[in-house]
Design a protein around this ligand. Structure first.
Ligand code: ATP
Length: 321
């Protein structure tokens, strides 16, 4: 993999767009302490898909954006573009239609990173795989940072194996194997989950079958009950019709009796009216008779008193005689 050019905009101390041409042969960057030499290597690692802000010597990924100094305000965005030589057309098929591959990573405050390969949006994974296939990448031992040589010398066999694997050009395969393993694990988890779900569904199925049996029994029993109720209602209806017919006969008889009694009542009313009409002169006669009786009683009392007086006089006269 041949890098042609590195372009930084707003990345760490490189506030203005800066191009670093990487010509064939050995390229060196020389400068005083703190001038930004390590920032260039970090820019290369960052554009290759570095995901750890600690490896960028920051406390958050946004720390790679120019944070301002005494003369210039902070920026809101940083962008690094890495140009790769593809004249031999060794890039993956999806990006293999031009002589140069342009890989761009851009970060904006509170938005996060976005990648582009040859102007097309890409995922971090695509960029990481592109470099891994070429035995390079943000974590590749081919990129040596300060103090890393001594780390490699003191590294454990596993660490050294990584260097050998990169030399053999099989890092991409390992990355893919790791991805495939992750997918496999995901699939296994899904299968286990599906087994669980199927177990639950089977339990539900048993319950549902039982419910279906109960429902069909319920339907049969309900239909029997409906039939029995219909018969009962029919019997009640015919009994009620009989009772109505009987009651109608009774009613007719009663109506006839009422007719007779009404006639009798009318006759009695007439007789009563006649009697009332006859009572008035009789009452008058009674009053007259009562008055005559009263006068006769008074006269009788007077005559009785006169008789008593006459008897007393006769007794006196007899005595005198
Ligand atoms: P040394 O030779 O000591 O290792 P160096 O040349 O590698 O130094 P770097 O460590 O790459 O220098 O750069 C450090 C410089 O980058 C410091 O001056 C620091 O202020 C500046 N710097 C780092 N991050 C930012 C940022 N986000 N915004 C502005 N300046 C930054």
């Amino acid at each position: 993999m041949q890098f042609n050019r590195l372009r930084l905009t707003g990345f760490k101390s490189f506030v203005e767009p800066t191009d670093l041409l990487i010509e064939p042969g050995l390229t060196g960057v020389v400068g005083p302490n703190g001038c930004g030499k390590s920032n260039l290597l970090e820019a290369i690692r960052w554009v290759m898909g570095e995901s750890s802000y600690k490896n960028m010597r920051g406390t958050a990924m946004e720390d790679v954006i120019f944070s301002g100094n005494s003369k210039r305000p902070a920026r809101n965005m940083a962008e690094v573009a890495l140009y790769l030589d593809n004249s031999e057309r060794t890039a993956p098929a999806a990006f293999n239609d031009s002589d140069t591959l342009e890989v761009v990573r851009k970060i904006e405050r509170e938005t996060g990173s976005a990648y582009r390969i040859n102007g097309k949006d890409a995922r971090a994974r695509d960029v990481q795989l592109l470099f891994a296939d070429a035995s390079s990448g943000a974590r590749s031992p081919a990129l040596v940072r300060q103090g890393q040589i001594s780390e490699i010398i003191a590294a454990k066999p596993k660490g050294r194996r990584k260097i050998l694997e990169e030399a053999a050009g099989i890092t991409g395969l390992y990355t893919r194997r790791h991805e495939a393993e992750l997918r496999l694990k995901g699939a296994e988890t899904n299968i286990t989950r599906l087994d669980d779900v199927m177990g639950q569904l089977e339990i539900q199925l048993v319950g549902l079958k039982r419910q279906a049996r109960q429902a069909s029994r319920y339907r049969n029993i309900s239909s029997d009950i409906r039939k029995a109720e219909a018969i009962q209602l029919y019997l009640k209806l015919s009994e009620a019709e009989k009772a109505v017919a009987h009651e109608r006969t009774v009613l007719d008889e009663i109506m006839r009796e009422i007719g007779d009694l009404t006639k009798e009542a009318a006759h009695a009313t007439r007789l009563n009216e006649d009697a009332v009409a006859k009572i008035a002169p009789l009452r008058q006669a009674e009053t007259v008779a009562a008055a005559v009786l009263h006068r006769c009683n008074v006269e009788q009392e007077t005559l009785d008193a006169e008789e008593a007086r006459a008897n007393q006089r006769r007794a006196e006269l007899n005595a005198r005689l």
